[in-house]
Structure formats: C-alpha cells, structure tokens
Design a protein around this ligand. Structure first.
Ligand code: ADP
Ligand code: MG
Length: 575
C-alpha cells in the first residue's frame, strides 16, 4: 500500500484541498450542537424570540457552509482518486509491456487483467473514502470529546463505558472479515480465468459438446465467489445493527443520567441535548475509523497484487552498454545452447550448435515437442539461454537492446495472431511507414493477394477480433506478409506453411526465395517437401541435434531424418 503512495504525489494539491475542506466541515459540525444548546438554554427557556432568530440564522449559515465544504471535498476527492487510478493503470500496462514471456507464464493473463482493472478500481474507491474519513474521523472524535467535556464532565463517564464496548465489537468483526476479503480477490481471479478460457475456446467447447461441463465449471467458480461475498456481507450486516444498538443504548443512558443531573440543577436541558449529539459524533467517528480499518486491508490486498506486478523485474533486460549490431547483415550462430523452461525437469533443448548464413535457407525439422519453437524463440530473445550463446553477427544477443535485435528479425510465429483492424493495417504492423505499394507487394509474395481481392473491401476489409473471419491458411499468409513488409535481415518462419495446401506452399516458397535474397532465412516445418531444397537442414530430436546437412547427405547419415522422409514421401519422390 505504502509503495503505491509515491504515485499519489501527482495529486498533492487537490488532496490538500480536500483535507482542508473537510477540516472546515468538521469544525462546522462540531459548532452546531453548541449553538443549539445556546438557543434552548438562552432563547427558549427565557422566551427571547429575537435571540432565537439571531442564533438560528447563524446556525443555518454554519450548516450551509459545512455542506458546501463537504460537497466540494467530494468532488475533488473523486477527481484525485480517479486520476490516481488512471495513472496506476497506465503504469501497470506499460510495465507489463516490458515483461518477457517468462513473466506472462508466471502471472497468467487472466490475473494480469484483473489486477489492472478490478484491483485498481478497488484502490480508487477506497481512496475516495479514506480521503474523507482520514480527517473527519479524528477531528470528530477528539473535537467531540473536548466539546462533550466542556458541556458536562460527569456524563462523559457514560462514554467511557460505551466506547470500549464499541471498539471490542469492531475488532471482532475485523478479524473475521479481513481474511475473507483476501480470499475474494483470489476467487475473482479464478472466475476471470474460467470465463476467459470459455470465451476464447467457444468453438472447441461446442464441437466437443462440453457446454454443460464448462457451465458447471463456471458455476462452481461463481458459486465459490458468491459464498465468500455472502459471508463477508453477513458479517457486515451484523455489524450495523449492533452498532445502532450500542449507539441507542448510549443515548438512553445519557438521557437517564442527564435528567437526574438536570433535576438536581447540575446541568441545563440544552447542554444535555448538545451532549447527546457530541456522543453520537464521537461514536460515529469510531465507526468511520472501523470502516477505514476494513477498507484499508481490503485495498492493501489489491495494492499488494499491483505492487507485485510493478516490482517484478522482467527477466530479460537491456544491457547497460548495448552494442549496436551492423545493419544489412544477419548471421546467426548458436554456440552450445541449452534451455529449459522454469520448473521443467528435462531441458527443452540442449547442446545446440549451428550457424546460419545470409543468403542461405536453414530448415529445422523434427517431431512435435522436439523443441523447434523453443529454439527459434531464443533468437529474438523471447527467452534467455540457460547456457551457451546465441550470436547475431558475432555479438551475443544479450549484449544488444531488444529493439535493435528484433528490428532485424521478421518473425512469423507458429500461432498466427491478427489484430482488430483492416488487412492493410495488419500487414503494416510489420512496418508502420510502409507504402501501399510495399503492402501489396508483401501480400503478393505471401500468396495473399488473391484472396484479399475476393474480400468485400479488399485491403480495407476489417479483420474481426481474434481474426475469426479469415481461415487458418489465410491468417498464416497475412502474418507472413506482415513479416515480409519489414524486409528484415533475418526471416524466421515457425511452422508457418502448415495450413497451406501443397501448391500454395510451393508457390510461396518460390516467391520467397527471390524476395529474401541476401537475408538469412530459417524455416521450421513438419513437411519434408517444404524444406527439401534448403541449404542446411537441422534435424531435431528430443531437443538435440540428430543430424545437420543437406537433404541428400542426411538421407545417408541420419536415421531420424530418413524415418521422417519415409513416412511422408513415396518411393519415387525419394529417388
Ligand atoms: P515444437 O515446436 O518442436 O513442437 P516446442 O519447442 O514447442 O516443440 O516444445 C518443446 C518442449 O518444451 C515440449 O516438451 C513442451 O512441452 C515444452 N514447452 C514448450 N513451451 C513451454 C512453456 N511455455 N513452458 C513450459 N514448457 C514448455
Ligand atoms: Mg512448435
């Protein structure tokens, strides 16, 4: 909680303003009962109508002044709190932007979303309340006690009994409620996760008839959260009537003992009336404090979750003294590279050494789970190697900034991802300032221009959220075009031709060959026909290199490669 305070600095002025206004408001409220007792004792009792009018008018003025202060304070505290929320959200957003894939794996997308939205809203709401109560509660408490003492010392003994009882009740409630608030936030996370999976996986869920199963899963998470929320609210619901009983009993006690004192001539009627009001103010201030002590731990759970995100230092950082790689050249070398995912027992890839030269096509082939995607994720430094080195033009990729490294790479991930926007915008994602000519050219090479032409608005056709209005193969071709438009020094295709038919695959590779020219090209594929004519083929098996060379060489030397080829091509094709 305290760690987030530093962001409150930007709102210092409105906050001081709010606190000042509330100070004025509490002074007004403290003054009103005294004025009232004056009216009763000096006006009503003596029948001095003029005095009643005079002080009554003054009371109205003070009350109006207090109200204006209160309204203005609400306005500014809302403003400061929502500004704070906005600032915090953008801080979290930009911080998460710098996370490596490792941190995303660690937090989980659903939790990151809840933290950015719900948790920050939580803090924002509490801040509004706290800003009000932080001054009002202590002022009313201390001021109330002083004023009550000035009216009658003996009667304050009633408060000496009532207040400890009140405090005990508050403490009991808090001990029960605070752990529940913590649990609630976790359960909300879970609900979000289930919901997210359901929404993104709706096709799978329907096709496998798992709607009921998912419904149950959602209901379970929903029920769990609801139960906790009900428990919390029950506790809170018990608290209010208990408080009211204590308050009312206190009033009764004051009137009881007050009337005895009045009949004995120790006290005046107006003073007793004022005393009751001060007693209420004091006890309400304890309630406010209690509220604060419930709200603050709740917000501090949220704050803790946000600080956790803000304090997570991304695994992958830019070096202090980055070396700038040469432009227009992109030789990549793996030197004895090993990598394992956090928590995994076996290394995903181990002892990988090879070199990819500009102007050459390197291909990686291997069964699913053999580590192909893992290997190429190390080139743009999505993950850092565990041992060994990945070199770009002889420079370790960890010695250059991520921007300058990724600048040189046109990456087509295994999962084609498109963004909401037009087709042209999606292709331009690779290079913002690409001309229309460049966009068309890239689409042509990616064999996408044909199907784009048949779309209702050509390049201006909107891609739906998640790219649902294009087929898998079309998506792949668009994401290839996006990489091509950059004209990078290094092309990386991760199984990017898998959803294309053989003919389109062949046409694309032929066009690509001309386009890539002097660039370094790395193609990951499952199909032998896609990679047969590569300059260098790397056969991956269980994260290790099982063979490296050209097709004809590998046919003779690598058993694993031969097996893959045999399983895919007919006899005459092999010959
Ligand atoms: P390929 O692309 O060849 O199909 P991958 O490189 O995706 O294989 O996966 C290699 C191995 O690493 C697999 O055993 C997989 O289970 C594991 N793996 C892949 N991604 C992750 C991840 N984010 N966290 C943990 N393990 C992973
Ligand atoms: Mg893969």
């Amino acid at each position: 909680m305290l760690k987030l305070m530093k962001y409150l600095k930007s709102f210092q002025i409105p906050i001081y303003f709010v606190l000042g206004l509330i100070l004025l408001q509490s002074l007004a409220e403290l003054y009103l009962p005294t004025l009232m007792s004056d009216i009763v004792d000096k006006g009503v009792v003596t029948g001095d109508t003029h005095y009643i009018w005079k002080i009554g008018g003054f009371m109205l003025l003070v009350a109006a002044g207090g109200m204006i202060c209160s309204v203005t304070a609400s306005f500014f505290s809302a403003k400061a709190a929502s500004g704070f929320g906005k600032l915090l959200r953008s801080k979290v957003f930009s911080h998460v932007g710098a996370f490596s894939l490792h941190e995303f794996d660690q937090f989980g997308t659903a939790s990151l979303i809840t933290r950015t939205t719900n948790d920050i809203t939580q803090i924002q709401q509490v801040l509004i309340m706290v800003l009000r109560m932080m001054v009002l509660a202590p002022m009313m408490c201390i001021g109330g006690i002083i004023m009550a003492l000035s009216k009658d010392t003996k009667l304050t003994l009633v408060l000496a009994v009532a207040i400890p009882i009140l405090i005990i009740v508050i403490l009991i409630v808090q001990r029960k409620a605070i752990p529940l608030f913590k649990a609630m936030q976790l359960k909300l996370d879970k609900l979000n996760r289930v919901l997210r999976e359901n929404l993104t996986g709706i096709r799978v869920i329907r096709s496998f008839n798992r709607v009921d199963h998912e419904k149950k899963r959602f209901d379970a998470a929903n029920w769990d959260l609801t139960q906790t929320a009900i428990k919390v609210n029950k506790i809170m619901a018990v608290m209010m009537p208990m408080m009211m009983i204590i308050l009312n009993l206190t009033s009764v006690a004051i009137i009881w003992f007050g009337s005895i004192r009045i009949s004995n001539g120790h006290m005046e009627v107006g003073d007793m009336m004022a005393f009751i009001q001060y007693a209420m103010q004091i006890m309400f201030s304890f309630l406010m404090l209690a509220m604060m002590f419930v709200l603050i731990p709740r917000a501090s759970v949220s704050a803790g979750r946000i600080v956790e995100v803000l304090e997570t230092v991304a695994d992958i950082q830019n070096p202090a003294q980055p070396i700038k790689p040469k432009a227009g050249y992109g030789q990549v070398e793996f030197q004895d590279v090993s990598f394992s995912y956090p928590g995994a027992e076996v290394a995903a890839i181990s002892n990988i050494s090879f070199k990819m030269n500009p102007g050459e096509v390197t291909a990686i082939i291997g069964g699913t789970g053999s580590g192909k995607s893992t290997l190429i994720n190390l080139i743009p430094r999505f993950y850092d190697v565990a041992s060994g080195k990945v070199l770009l033009d002889g420079i370790d990729v960890r010695d250059m900034t991520q921007e300058s490294l990724r600048q040189k790479i046109g990456f087509v991930p295994q999962q084609a991802v498109l963004f909401t926007g037009t087709i042209a915008e999606n292709i331009r994602y690779g290079k913002e300032e690409a001309t229309e000519e460049e966009v068309r050219h890239a689409a042509e090479i990616a064999q996408a221009s044909e199907f784009i032409a048949t779309m209702p608005e050509g390049y201006d056709t909107m891609i739906a959220q998640g790219g649902t209005n294009v087929s898998g193969g079309q998506k792949q071709r668009l994401s290839i075009a996006r990489a091509l438009v950059r004209k990078p020094e290094i092309y990386v295709f991760d199984d990017s031709f898998s959803a294309l038919d053989f003919k389109t695959d062949a046409k694309l590779r032929a066009a690509l060959k001309e386009e890539t020219g002097n660039a370094t090209v790395l193609i990951v594929a499952q199909r032998v026909s896609t990679i047969m004519d590569a300059d260098q083929i790397i056969v991956l098996d269980n994260g290790k290199i099982a063979g490296i060379g050209k097709h004809t060489q590998l046919m003779e030397t690598s058993k694993v490669y031969r097996e893959i080829v045999m399983s895919q091509l007919s006899e005459e094709e092999i010959a």
